[in-house]
Design a protein around this ligand. Structure first.
Ligand SMILES: [Zn+2]
Length: 235
């Protein structure tokens, strides 16, 4: 029996039959995989604490007829404190659903995984506001997925006096060009700056900055609409 060791984050956990569970795990080495946990529903089962949703850890698996079976697991970070705050738990669930949806479309899963882990970590350990976490996570994900909005100048004419953002055009526009574009909305220089910082910063610095809550809320509103159009996904 060949054992496979992989490190990953459990995105989804569903019951299978009377006693078993099937986990969806985003791994560094093997991408997104399904793993069966025999007896995973039993509270007394030795592996039960390692099969919870949100757990990031090392998983030892074996292949049985094309299906990965969990042999053992060692949790590195359980993000257990998420269960103590309903708003954080809901946001974390929303984030995992989004990752589960998008990781089929991404070529670079390791960046996707890093962004997700940093986000869960910021939510649990740094107590960042929900508005900041949402704005940063979804904007950074657009960069990882290769669909980052274009900012800085008007996308149509190159004018530096841009003051509008159009989700369908995919970035900033000047007032003149925006008049042709029905979904263009005004964007303040501060909000555009926050979005630009998130898109250009290193993943490990994505939560190491400060901005007004209002700007995080504005960035999230814009990026939510952008994702709806470009990924056909409703947050
Ligand atoms: Zn223009």
């Amino acid at each position: 029996m060949n054992l496979i060791k992989t490190r990953g984050l459990v995105l989804k956990s569903i019951s299978y039959g009377e006693y078993d569970k099937i986990l969806t795990v985003l791994t560094q080495e093997a991408g997104k995989i399904s793993v069966m946990v025999k007896g995973g529903k039993s509270i007394n089962h030795g592996k039960s604490s390692q099969t919870l949703l949100f757990s990031y850890g090392d998983y030892i698996l074996y292949d049985k007829g094309g299906m990965y079976i969990l042999s053992s697991a060692e949790v590195i970070e359980s993000f257990y404190d998420l269960t103590k705050d309903l708003d954080k738990l809901n946001l974390a669930s929303e984030i995992l659903q989004f990752i589960n949806f998008t990781c089929d479309e991404s070529e670079d899963l390791s960046d996707l995984l890093r962004v997700t882990l940093n986000t869960l970590y910021a939510l649990v350990h740094y107590d960042k506001s929900l508005a900041m976490v949402k704005a940063v996570f979804y904007t950074k994900m657009c960069e990882c997925l290769g669909i980052a909005p274009a900012l800085g100048v008007c996308m149509e004419c190159g004018d530096v006096q841009m003051g509008k953002f159009s989700p369908s055009f995919g970035g900033t526009l000047c007032a003149d060009c925006a008049s042709e574009c029905p979904d263009a909305v005004s964007v303040s220089p501060q909000t555009a700056q926050v979005m630009e910082y998130i898109l250009s910063c290193d993943i490990k610095k994505m939560f190491s900055f400060k901005a007004a809550e209002e700007d995080f809320t504005n960035v999230y509103t814009l990026i939510k609409e952008f994702i709806k159009i470009h990924l056909d996904y409703e947050i």
